[in-house]
Design a protein around this ligand. Structure first.
Ligand SMILES: [Zn+2]
Length: 101
């Protein structure tokens, strides 16, 4: 788990749980036998598109590792938000980016 705080982990878990709930609701609606209006169908597709985009963002931020930038001495910067980070942290403590050392 590295040095990531419990609070950050909790916030990320909450986002994932919310996303899973949303996807489950969408899937359940799409597979249901209820007749939907065109407007309702459009809303579902819009929600789905948003959920897919959010998933891609979250995966890129929290699950796709990137190498920290090093600028002289032992000073490192986050490859995502460019803020100073401590060496060997698993995630940036500013933005949550997964780091690969
Ligand atoms: Zn960062």
């Amino acid at each position: 788990m590295g040095k990531r705080t419990k609070m950050q982990q909790g916030q990320q878990d909450k986002k994932y749980r919310q996303l899973c709930d949303d996807l489950a609701r969408i899937a359940s609606t799409l597979s249901g036998e209820d007749q939907k209006t065109v407007e309702e169908a459009a809303d579902i597709i819009y929600d789905y598109t948003g959920a897919v985009e959010m998933t891609a963002r979250l995966v890129n931020q929290y699950e796709t590792a990137a190498e920290p930038t090093r600028r002289g001495g032992g000073i490192f910067y986050c490859p995502s938000c460019c803020r100073r980070i401590s060496a060997n942290n698993e995630h940036c403590h500013w933005c949550g980016k997964l780091l690969e050392w």
